[in-house]
Ligand binder design. Structure first.
Ligand SMILES: [Zn+2]
Length: 66
């Protein structure tokens, strides 16, 4: 049985590489408003504005401690 020489040509490989590089960039991170303070926050990450995630305070603010 004959074997195919290649699955894709160089042009299609380059197109896919371009899509991969876009996916690995910062644009793929979903930015959503925080449910607590409404500041823009990366989805599934602790809010850097109020330090809360899913209603729990993860990062205590330094001003409250001192
Ligand atoms: Zn917040």
């Amino acid at each position: 049985m004959a074997l195919q020489k290649r699955r894709r040509g160089p042009a299609r490989t380059a197109q896919q590489r371009s899509a991969w590089s876009k996916k690995s960039g910062e644009n793929h991170m979903m930015v959503q408003p925080c449910s607590n303070c409404g500041a823009p926050r990366i989805a599934h990450r602790v809010c850097m504005s109020c330090g809360q995630y899913r209603g729990e305070t993860i990062i205590a603010k330094k001003t409250a401690e001192e």
